[in-house]
Design a protein around this ligand. Sequence first.
Ligand SMILES: [Zn+2]
Length: 257
Amino acid sequence: MPAELRLIPCLADNYAVLLRDPVTEATAVVDVPEVAPVLAALEREDWTLTHILVTHHHTDHIAGVEALKERFGATVIGPKAEQDTIPGLDFAVVDGDPVAVGGLVGRVLETPGHTKGHIVFLFEGERLLFSGDTLFVMGCGRPFECAPPVLWESLARLRTLPDDISVYCGHEYTLANARFARSVDPDNAAVAARLEEIEALRAAGQPTLPTTIGAEKATNPFMRADDPELAARIGLAGAEPGAVFTELRALKNNFRG
Ligand SMILES: [Zn+2]
């Protein structure tokens, strides 16, 4: 039986996601920006939380971890590199470690950049990736704790995953990301078409998640820092991908689209 998923809007623009194995009834939440909406979703479905998966230590991803752990006795799994800043961690994991939610077995990929210890959770059998603040729909996190090229390497790694992997990320930043993508990639028909779709979804109050690795490869400028045409478009013809990525990040930070 396929995994069950519930996307839960939290705070202003965060998402938590429930991942449930219908066979064993094991249920995980990926990141906990706040308790109430996650609890409400669990109660609505009559699901019992068994696991809490944490992508990184930022408050808007861990604020509700301890309260949910206490309430359900759930097992908390998060990055070993950030174990000192994530309260309640039961299992500190590193790259390649398996993560089981009942019969759903995923693994950890380390994707440093946004934070030094950021991890993502790949459930290859379910064709699912939980990307936290590393990869957003048509964008990426800000490299707060690492040099931008470190984040580029992490995104380049995610780009090697199969195109049909669905991606759930930590924020609804898609509309601003899509407008930025169009500004640096105005001749890309896939970007233009996707911007229209996203405008319609947001106008209807709908989330833009999930995306797919394939869609990101086609429309996310931060996944294409080694594309010579994109480099030329931002005045960096022939530059290293790390330098192109750094400039894209700087342009995005200053973008007021
Ligand atoms: Zn963050």
